[in-house]
Design a protein around this ligand. Structure first.
Ligand SMILES: Cc1ncc(C[n+]2csc(CCOP(=O)(O)OP(=O)(O)O)c2C)c(N)n1
Ligand SMILES: [Mg+2]
Length: 281
């Protein structure tokens, strides 16, 4: 178990590092979100999901929907880590003809199931996929990865109601509660607490954990995958934008964290240093 946690922690470090390198290529990117969501993605692709990196459309794969398409930089980082994309390809991030456009696009990137980004569409699509898989007696899970801003969308709650009605125990929704949206803190834009109570009332099995506490993230995925009841499952992950790079964690939070050109390499150096120290601790 200790080995698994260490291996996942190393994966999370590399996900953060790939994301920072892509950010440097373009001089921009939703890096605060990528650093905050890296632990969840590392556990998803390093432990929880069934997939074949060399056969991304394998019928038996668990489906992972990137509903918040602007998190693409984070997702490409984990696709590199998982072997869907060569590391060298990150140099093309966001450029013309790249398979790594700045918002996630199905058909461009191996492993990208949907074109997210128009927020609030992932969960409704996930409900349809989960229904279809059950109909076909395919035991795969559907994971919907989404942001707290998507809780403002009525479509999210319609889908939540439908998932419980249809007893979609093959659906696992992962929500990044970073308390940030484009127009400010989520609590100021459209308050959603008490969030666990809301999902419970909608008929879901609910867990709420620190999304940057890797052992807690791992345990939550295991609970969600192994439950024996017939409810859809949601994991609410409280995360910190910029996690792992203290000067970005402390930077005034907004949807698009400012990073000056020399800071990309500084951030990578800090990340490497803390990984090195952690490995020798
Ligand atoms: C339906 C829809 N409305 C508005 C937008 C514009 N938009 C893009 S990102 C974003 C912020 C949504 O909140 P969240 O994803 O939680 O932001 P973050 O945590 O990344 O700052 C908005 C409103 C959109 N992409 N889709
Ligand atoms: Mg948010």
């Amino acid at each position: 178990m200790a080995d698994l946690k260490t291996a996942l922690q190393e994966r999370a470090y590399r996900v953060r590092r790939y994301a920072l390198r892509m950010g440097e290529v373009q001089g921009q990117g939703y890096i605060g979100q990528a650093l905050g969501w890296a632990d969840v993605l590392a556990v998803a692709y390093g432990h929880a999901l069934n997939y074949r990196a060399n056969d991304p459309t394998w019928e038996g794969r668990d489906r992972f929907l990137l509903s918040h398409g602007h998190y693409a930089i984070a997702f490409y980082a984990v696709l590199i880590e998982a072997g869907f994309i060569a590391e060298s390809e990150l140099e093309t991030y966001g450029s013309d003809d790249s398979r790594l456009p700045m918002s996630g696009m199905a058909g461009y990137t191996p492993g990208m199931e949907i074109s997210g980004g128009s927020l609030g569409q992932g969960l409704p699509i996930a409900v349809g996929m989960a229904l279809a898989l059950r109909h076909k007696k395919n035991p795969a899970f559907v994971y919907n990865s989404m942001s707290d801003g998507e809780l403002d969308e009525g479509s999210t709650w319609e889908a939540a109601m439908g998932a419980a009605h249809h007893k979609l125990s093959n659906l696992i929704c992962l929500i990044d509660i970073n308390n940030q949206q484009a127009d400010g803190p989520s609590s100021k834009v459209m308050s959603f607490e008490p969030l666990a109570d809301k999902w419970t009332a909608f008929g879901w099995h609910v867990q709420r954990v620190d999304g940057n506490d890797l052992p807690a993230v791992l345990a939550a995925f295991d609970v969600a995958r192994n439950l024996k009841d017939d409810k859809p499952r949601v994991i609410l992950f409280d995360t910190l934008m910029g996690k792992g790079v203290p000067f970005l964690e402390q930077r005034e939070k907004n949807h698009f964290i400012r990073v000056d050109p020399p800071e990309w390499q500084q951030a990578i150096a800090i990340l490497d240093q803390s990984q090195h120290e952690g490995a020798n601790a």
